[in-house]
Ligand binder design. Sequence first.
Ligand SMILES: NC(=O)c1ccc[n+]([C@@H]2O[C@H](COP(=O)([O-])OP(=O)(O)OC[C@H]3O[C@@H](n4cnc5c(N)ncnc54)[C@H](O)[C@@H]3O)[C@@H](O)[C@H]2O)c1
Length: 332
Amino acid sequence: MVFAIPKPVLVTGGAGYIGSHVCKALAEAGAQPVCLDTLEKGHDWAVRWGALERGDVGDAAFIDEVFRRHRPRVVIHLAGYIEVGESVAQPERYLHNNAAKSRILIEAAVRNRVEAFVFSSTCAVYGLPQSERLSEEHDIAPINPYAASKASVERALDAAATRGLRSASLRYFNATGADAEGEIGEAHDPETHLLPLAVDAALGLREPLVVHGCDYPTPDGSCVRDFVHVTDLADAHLRAVRWLLHRNSLVGCHQAFNLGSGTGYSVREVIAAIGRIAGQPVPHNSGPRRPGDSPQLVGCITKAQRELDWLPSRGLETQIEDTLRWRRSMQR
Ligand SMILES: NC(=O)c1ccc[n+]([C@@H]2O[C@H](COP(=O)([O-])OP(=O)(O)OC[C@H]3O[C@@H](n4cnc5c(N)ncnc54)[C@H](O)[C@@H]3O)[C@@H](O)[C@H]2O)c1
């Protein structure tokens, strides 16, 4: 029997790419998402499965009002800025929006006795990999301000656990793909992620892709990444909520889980696969390395498999097909 998730669920960043897929998955599971988002980066068209509370996670009075109105027992916190390059140029902006503001939300969650708090972290917290596959035991050693802001929230959740909060930090690898029904998908501006950029280049919708760094110590010199379908990611959030709610202990806890596929693909391999599936090559040029990029980030996902009973089922081919369909539909 699948355990019901108590309603409503507060989803910060629910108007964004991953958050909107989480809201859809919650609604399909009979839970009731309430989306909290500034819409600075998200879209009102992506809020389709529950109320929108438009505002900032850093606005304490607004957060109190949202808690008073909806009384959520579960919080899924995805709100944040996401661009590594921008974080290198404007570190304070990232530490403020992602780290300082998250602490305000965490305080509200502790005060309001939230029973499960799930946080969008990133594999970037590991920094330069010391092993082929990164497990949750790997050192936390961020090499850019974006990742440092996420590591800081994880530490805040460690501290909140001593005050009773049960939380999970989900360290995503690279989210890709789109909703199979074509209702939502990735729509960042600027777009910085590989799959949409490469697919758009193949479709002639933008300039040739730049491969950032061709001299990394990887088999073909380009960066190696681990790609996970956004629908599989959304499903993992629901599993993490149920896992936290099912813990019989009264004390708090904070656990981290890698969410990836466990398989690495180089940028050049992805470009070749898109060319094959789209039936059109991806025009691309070689460019310099980007500051803050690790040569290889591939996850070991056995902890999520064991504890959350989660295993991603949509591989690179499905991710590319769904991205292609979504990017084509965005043109209509
Ligand atoms: N996309 C990925 O591959 C990836 C990988 C690792 C981690 N993450 C994390 O997952 C989360 C979601 O990523 P995404 O790709 O959906 O990004 P996104 O930009 O599409 O969504 C983030 C949403 O948060 C909102 N937001 C930002 N700051 C806010 C604030 N202070 N208050 C309220 N709303 C705010 C934005 O308006 C946006 O709708 C982010 O926290 C990101 O760091 C994403």
